[in-house]
Design a protein around this ligand. Structure first.
Ligand code: FE
Ligand code: FE
Length: 196
């Protein structure tokens, strides 16, 4: 018997992800739960969104194409060319159709976990940040500082991550999604002037 939904989702995801991605998934779920405690979000929803956020990370392009046909998912050229975008979109659809998630906030947290967007909900911010700071992460610059700020000022941490993500993509001449730029501008302009 499973204790609750969370255990059930974990069991299902363990079969869908490779070991490293599953470890990351559990890290995101715990980190999201901690952020939910800090900011007064629903802890169970944060855990479920964390467990499911990368549910489509380990599927092949071929399988993604099949799924897009099965569920009528419109994929743009940009999404087809970029596995990062593809796994968020397919993941959001699978969350609804396969994992039977009816909560739109959870679905959107999965959909926007790669790019962010302007005016994110608290849950979307929590998943976006947890994905970046969970304990298994180690490569990104400024991680110790972002981890500290995440539990003090969520919007400031969000802006730091958006900014570092744009810098990083530029530094390796990778194209950023326009949505990330829009999110960055939105959160930069919402900071107090002395903070920008
Ligand atoms: Fe992801
Ligand atoms: Fe992730």
């Amino acid at each position: 018997m499973h204790k609750n939904n969370i255990d059930l989702y974990k069991k299902r995801l363990q079969k869908k992800l490779d070991a490293e991605r599953y470890e990351h998934t559990i890290g995101v779920a715990y980190t999201a739960a901690a952020l939910a405690m800090r900011y007064g979000a629903d802890i169970e929803k944060a855990q479920i969104a964390g467990i499911l956020h990368d549910n489509a990370k380990c599927i092949s392009l071929e399988r993604a194409m099949q799924l897009s046909e099965k569920y009528n998912i419109a994929l743009s050229e940009a999404e087809l060319a970029n596995p990062m975008l593809l796994h968020s979109k397919i993941g959001a659809y699978l969350a609804m159709h396969k994992y039977k998630i009816t909560d739109k906030d959870i679905v959107r947290a999965i959909l926007y976990h790669t790019t962010g967007r302007p005016n994110m909900s608290l849950l979307e911010k929590i998943i976006y940040i947890a994905d970046y700071i969970e304990p298994m992460r180690h490569k990104a610059q400024n991680l110790p500082e972002i981890r500290r700020v995440a539990f003090i000022d969520i919007d400031k941490a969000l802006l730091m991550i958006l900014s570092d993500t744009l810098d990083y993509l530029q530094s390796c001449s990778m194209e950023s999604d326009p949505m990330t730029r829009k999110a960055y501008e939105f959160y930069k302009n919402s900071r107090p002037l002395e903070d920008r």
